[in-house]
Design a protein around this ligand. Structure first.
Ligand code: URA
Length: 211
C-alpha cells in the first residue's frame, strides 16, 4: 500500500494562531481558546472532500435539487486528554457528529502509549472517523488510537494534529499507511524526552493548567 498523505494546512490564520500557542507565556485560557479555533479550521480542511449528493428541497421561491453531505456519518475521536482541545471547534462545524473517547497516556519512561479507556459508537465501519491529538511526537499514541478504531471496524480514518515531528510521521505512516494526516506544521525533531522541538511544550498541561 502507498504511504498515507501528509497535508500541512498552510492557511495564514492557522499559522498565526499556532505561533501564538507556541509562546511560552501565553495563558491557559488563551491557549485553550486558540486550540479550539485551530480545531475548527483544521476541521474545515479535513472534511474538504466529503461527498455531496443532490436532494430535493423547497426554497420559499421554488423546488430545487440542492447539495447536502452524502450518507457517511461522522465520528470525532479525540485521544484523551489533549485531543479534547480540538473537540469544541470541530463540533461547531459538525454538530451532529458522534464522539469516540480514546484514553491513552504516555509512559514517561518508555514513551509507549498505555490504554485506559475506550468508548465509541457501535457502527464504526460505516463512519468517517476523525482521530485527533494535537501533538504527533513519537507517533505511539496516534498509532495505538488508529489501531483501536480499526479493531472496532473503522475503515475510513483521518488523523488531525496541530504539530508533527518527522519521527512521528514516519512511524504513523509505516503502521497506518491508509490513514491520511492533517497538521498545521512539521517541526524539526524530538528531544530525548520525546518532546517536539521547537514545539510548544506539553499540550495537555498547557491546555488544562496542570503544570
Ligand atoms: N506531547 C506534548 O504534549 N508535547 C510534545 O512536545 C510531545 C508530546
Amino acid at each position: 500500500m502507498s504511504m498515507s498523505s501528509v497535508n500541512v494546512v498552510a492557511h495564514p490564520l492557522v499559522q498565526h494562531k499556532l505561533s501564538l500557542m507556541r509562546e511560552k507565556d501565553r495563558s491557559t485560557k488563551s491557549f485553550r481558546e486558540i486550540l479550539n479555533e485551530i480545531g475548527m479550521l483544521l476541521g474545515y480542511e479535513v472534511t474538504r472532500d466529503l461527498p455531496l449528493e443532490l436532494v430535493e428541497i423547497e426554497t420559499p421561491i421554488s423546488p430545487m435539487r440542492a447539495p447536502k453531505i452524502a450518507g457517511k456519518k461522522l465520528t470525532l475521536a479525540p485521544i484523551l486528554r489533549a485531543g479534547v482541545g480540538f473537540l469544541d471547534g470541530m463540533l461547531a462545524l459538525m454538530p451532529s457528529a458522534r464522539i469516540a473517547h480514546i484514553g491513552l497516556y504516555r509512559d514517561p519512561e518508555t514513551l509507549q502509549a498505555v490504554e485506559y479507556y475506550f468508548k465509541a459508537p457501535q457502527d464504526l465501519s460505516d463512519r468517517t472517523v476523525i482521530l485527533m491529538d494535537p501533538m504527533l511526537a513519537t507517533g505511539n499514541s496516534a498509532c495505538a488510537g488508529a489501531s483501536l478504531l480499526k479493531d472496532r471496524g473503522a475503515r475510513d480514518i483521518r488523523f488531525v494534529c496541530l504539530l508533527a515531528a518527522p519521527e512521528g510521521i514516519a512511524q504513523f505512516q509505516s503502521e497506518h499507511p491508509d490513514v491520511p494526516i492533517w497538521t498545521a506544521a512539521i517541526d524539526e525533531r524530538l528531544n530525548d524526552h520525546g518532546y517536539i522541538v521547537p514545539g510548544l511544550g506539553d499540550a495537555g498541561d498547557r491546555m488544562f493548567g496542570t503544570k
